[in-house]
Design a protein around this ligand. Sequence first.
Ligand SMILES: NC(=O)c1ccc[n+]([C@@H]2O[C@H](COP(=O)([O-])OP(=O)(O)OC[C@H]3O[C@@H](n4cnc5c(N)ncnc54)[C@H](O)[C@@H]3O)[C@@H](O)[C@H]2O)c1
Length: 249
Amino acid sequence: MNLEGKVALITGGAGGIGKGIATAMIKHGAKVVIVDINKEAGMSTQRQLSEFGSIHFMEKDISLRESASEIINEALAQFGQLDILVNNAHASRQAPFIETTPQDFELSFHTGFYPTVNLMQAAYEQLKKNKGFVINFASGAGISGQVNQSSYASAKEAIRGLTRTVANEWAKDGINVNLISPIAKTEGVQQWREKFPEQYEKVVSGIPLGRMGDPEKDIGEVAVFLSSESSSYITGQTIMVDGGTLKLT
Ligand SMILES: NC(=O)c1ccc[n+]([C@@H]2O[C@H](COP(=O)([O-])OP(=O)(O)OC[C@H]3O[C@@H](n4cnc5c(N)ncnc54)[C@H](O)[C@@H]3O)[C@@H](O)[C@H]2O)c1
């Protein structure tokens, strides 16, 4: 799974799964652009990963509509091409549905769903030219209907519907578009654990493989596979990288 000569752009790449993917991709030879709202974490990740290869950190809020074209233009100015787009960042607030506000739905759709739409559209010409790969992010919360996660689960399932459609439309262009539905130990999961400890324990104790995933070794390596020629006959699929928790039929 060699990514040499490829350029990958990863949203939310400063921490968590995004950082794990950036690490795996750079180790497999890709030049990597990480986009994140957290400047301190982004700069730190850029410093850490620069020992493995070429990396560029971009401080951006992906929820702003104009960010998409700015992000693609800056990535092209930096590395001259784009082959892999990973729509990983997603922010949300968990609460019982009856307490969930319009702002909660806006937060989830404007950090998860719309940036996925906008960045895929902004990257299309490059992805078409290079027969590229897109990886979007789903969640078991959406697939199984986790309680207290209505705004997040809805945006995640919207991303799945979008991904299947775009995969079918872009197949003729040689662009593969897939989803990862992960479980991994990250800062985001830690915050959820603090708010809903019982729900967290239930999810973790229900993982057949008996552990939380590692952002680089478990999720990052699958993302490398989904961005390489080895996966060229897979598109429109949700790949469950969750220790066996959910089985799609
Ligand atoms: N970790 C899990 O177990 C798990 C489970 C299911 C789905 N997911 C999905 O996997 C992806 C990564 O999850 P994670 O746990 O690593 O998340 P995380 O919360 O730990 O990290 C998300 C990153 O995105 C950045 N970000 C947030 N809002 C942003 C914005 N507006 N603009 C730019 N950057 C922004 C954050 O600063 C952070 O670096 C998400 O799509 C998440 O929904 C994760």
